[in-house]
Design a protein around this ligand. Structure first.
Ligand code: FPP
Ligand code: ZN
Length: 326
């Protein structure tokens, strides 16, 4: 594999600008957007903290303050809401556990309560509901299994049943959808392939067929789309690329062209990444621009784990890694 060098690309990664953007995210409490995003605050913290760690500058956030806020979002049922006093949901529960793991403050949470909350959301067919209202989606299978694996408590659910459900969501094209018979979508593919990797059942995946479908997501401008006929989008640099990495086929796309595309989606003045060139930046696409570059071997970034979307250093500290990905 040829080594990627900064000088190969006409645009460079604006590390300092991105750090400034990430650091200031919390300082805009006078702006409407800050309050509109309240329901997603916990997800936003996960996106920002992970981006910062992959930029290799964890010192810009106060991990004690962050952990204190995260713990304030845990409810009596054991799950976490998107913000203090919001209802619990698996999406926020995973983000909470990921941030506490990255900040090395997992010892401060009541783990048994979290495990009980997650286990209760498994349905008799092996699928998972996102919350007590019952919506089923393979995203929630991933959230549940990732969360329990981080807590070393996969024993709390029926793993073979969970695998059976994910398998039912596999399509003729090798991809996966949100529920049985739903069309293949790269975001859901990440969730299903990630879930299978967590429980060591990648044997279920037809890696050549899936790899072909994923590699076809690269467009002439180098960017990746999430489904056929859709536009390129920086977040798919994560959903597609991490899936290719997990099935060992990252070399099936043109890395240099994708790096060029991702770098072109930075706002070189304010910092941050947008979904595609010229759009407004946000912390979600900033995370996936940076993690995408890390997976592609862009220099001076910390390594990200394609299954957990967390720093490899955290995964090693937690001792949950099952194998090495390229
Ligand atoms: C596309 O969403 C992405 C998905 C469906 C996958 C979401 C995955 C999770 C919530 C699991 C946790 C994730 C991580 C990284 C730990 P979209 O609504 O943008 O799709 P669209 O492009 O089709 O609108
Ligand atoms: Zn996007």
């Amino acid at each position: 594999m040829s080594e990627i060098k900064v000088e190969q690309f006409p645009i460079k990664l604006e590390v300092e600008k991105h750090l400034k953007y990430l650091k200031e995210l919390n300082n805009h409490q006078d702006e409407l957007e800050y309050w509109l995003s309240e329901a997603l605050r916990l997800n936003g913290i996960y996106w920002g903290v992970t981006a910062t760690y992959i930029l290799d500058h964890p010192e810009i956030y106060d991990s004690k303050e962050i952990s204190k806020f995260i713990l304030s979002c845990q409810n009596e049922d054991g799950g976490f809401g998107g913000c203090t006093d919001h209802d619990s949901h698996l999406l926020y529960t995973l983000s909470a556990i990921q941030v506490l793991a990255i900040c090395d403050t997992l010892s401060e949470v009541n783990k048994d309560k979290v495990v009980k909350y997650v286990a209760k959301l498994q349905n008799p067919d092996g699928s998972f509901s996102g919350d007590e209202w019952g919506e089923v989606d393979t995203r929630f299978s991933y959230c549940a299994l990732s969360c329990l694996k981080i807590l070393h408590r996969l024993d709390a659910v029926d793993v073979p049943k969970a695998v059976e459900y994910v398998k039912k969501c596999m399509n003729f094209d090798g991809g996966f959808g949100s529920v049985e018979s739903a069309e293949s979508h790269s975001g859901q593919i990440f969730c299903c392939v990630g879930a299978l990797a967590i429980v060591d059942r990648l044997d279920i995946v037809d890696a050549d067929k899936l790899g072909w479908w994923l590699a076809e997501r690269q467009l002439p401008n180098g960017g990746l789309n999430g489904r056929p006929e859709k536009l390129e989008d920086v977040c798919y640099s994560w959903w597609v690329l991490s899936s290719l990495s997990i099935i060992d086929r990252i070399h099936w796309i043109n890395k240099e062209k994708l790096i060029n595309f991702i770098l072109s989606c930075q706002d070189t003045e304010t910092g941050g990444f947008s979904d595609r060139q010229g759009d407004m930046v946000d912390v979600f696409h900033t995370l996936f621009g940076i993690t995408g570059l890390s997976l592609l071997g862009y220099p001076n970034l910390a390594k990200v784990d394609p299954v957990y979307c967390m720093p490899v250093s955290t995964i090693e500290r937690l001792n949950i890694k099952t194998r090495t990905y390229n």
